[in-house]
Design a protein around this ligand. Structure first.
Ligand code: 2IO
Length: 411
């Protein structure tokens, strides 16, 4: 099936990457892809080693992959005291009372977006719901205006394409950089206003926080806002749709979750393990490094294949099965630094939004499950996933029992 001419950029891999993971882990655990000039690591232990050693495997690759469109430094490139301080600001915005506030925003947006579809008995969970939901919730969390969410979503699309593109034509590159420039121009005056009249939102917190007596410039704040926008929006609709896809494909587990919504946490974690929405995490080798007998030279880019690592039979038994009860998931730790799966990365730069992501997806999934009864794929619907860097369903058309009554805001 697969041979030495295998390419990450092939049609076969794009259609179903998981079919190649076993071969990659066994036969090409350090796959070099000339067109990308990167080494792709697929074993759980190798990925863990790279992400756990931020000195040997640095985030310098983001300087070319992310910062041209963030138009400033991103979290992942900071280290030491600066990193700790700025990360702390974001953690505060995503925990405790602030998180409760955000869960209210999650509910309000979900109710508003699903309402028009209830009486129809049909919804595309990706395009009708998940995508607008992800953008609008993130704007709320940041304390930004939702009026122009479609415009923001368009610019953010360009930023995302730049960060997650493996090969970009000069034309697409130009388009992405244009989007980034316009997004920055849109955000800068808002940041300036928050600086003058701070509220209790994340943007104001970033503006007023001091680090060694020095506050962040508008440019720095804007870059972090774009960083948060990308990181919170891109994986959210994918995770939600994948969760529903797995539950619908496993009616027994769906019934259990409906009976006991506390199981949702494990279902979300298992979804993230089986198909992490962020499939690749790049690092730069700062010195020669050997993996499974192959030397990756200093200066080279390595791509951690999160999807392949999360299905490594050395780390998970029966790794291709969706089982929210799997003992090796470590469900209770799945959204912490001690997680077994690598969907949030691991180590110093592990996802700062993991706790928020958990609350967001659990909340919206519980709400949708209560409203949508007898969920099933719409007649004729064909399931398809797309993406190499981030990956998820193109659409998820579902039928359910139409709802006649208006939806209560807090069911
Ligand atoms: C630009 C890639 C969706 C992050 C990077 C600094 C982004 C950074 C990630 C994730 C997910 C996005 N890297 N989140 O892999 O903030």
């Amino acid at each position: 099936m697969v041979d030495r001419r295998f390419s990450i950029l092939s049609e076969g891999f794009a259609a179903a990457p998981h079919r190649y993971y076993g071969w990659l882990r066994d036969r090409a655990p350090v796959h070099h892809e000339p067109a990308v000039d990167g080494y792709f690591l697929s074993r759980h232990q190798d990925v863990r080693r790279v992400l756990g050693d931020h000195e040997t495997f640095s985030t310098e690759t983001l300087q070319v992959r992310a910062e041209p469109v963030m138009r400033g430094r991103v979290f992942a490139r900071m280290t030491g005291a600066e990193h700790t301080a700025k990360r702390g600001i974001v953690v505060r915005a995503f925990t405790g009372p602030a998180l409760q506030e955000q869960i209210r925003a999650v509910r309000a947006n979900a109710v508003e977006l699903v309402a028009p579809f209830l009486s129809r008995g049909r919804i595309d969970l990706v395009n009708d719901f998940g995508k607008p939901f992800a953008v609008r919730v993130t704007l709320d969390v940041l304390g930004l205006d939702k009026e122009d969410w479609q415009q923001v979503a368009h610019w953010l699309g360009g930023v995302t394409e730049f960060v997650t593109g493996l090969v970009l034509t000069p034309e697409r590159r130009r388009h992405c950089l244009d989007c980034a420039e316009q997004l920055e121009a849109h955000l800068a005056p808002v940041v300036e206003r928050r600086r003058r009249h701070p509220g209790d939102d994340l943007v104001s917190m970033l503006c007023t926080a001091e680090f060694d007596g020095i506050a962040m410039s508008t440019r720095e704040v804007t870059a972090l806002v774009v960083n948060v926008l990308l990181a919170a929006v891109e994986p959210a609709d994918k995770t939600l749709a994948l969760l529903f896809k797995y539950l619908i494909d496993h009616p027994g587990q769906l019934a259990q979750v409906r009976r006991d919504p506390a199981l949702l946490s494990a279902a979300v974690a298992e979804t993230l393990r089986l198909t992490p929405p962020v499939q690749l995490v790049p690092r730069r080798a700062e010195q020669d490094a050997e993996f499974a007998g192959t030397v990756v030279p200093a200066g080279a880019t390595v791509f951690c294949m999160i999807g392949a690592a999360n299905r490594d039979p050395g780390a998970f038994t029966d790794p291709d099965a969706f089982d929210l009860h799997r003992p090796d998931l470590g469900a209770a730790r799945s959204f912490t630094a001690a997680a077994q799966h690598l969907a949030f990365g691991t180590g110093l730069h592990q996802c700062v939004g993991a706790a928020f992501a958990r609350a967001e997806i659990e909340t919206v999934a519980a709400l949708l499950l209560r409203l949508l009864d007898d969920l099933r794929p719409s007649p004729g619907f064909r399931y398809r996933e797309t993406g190499l860097y981030t990956r998820g369903p193109v659409s998820l058309e579902l039928d359910f029992t139409p709802v006649r009554e208006p939806v209560p805001a807090h069911p």
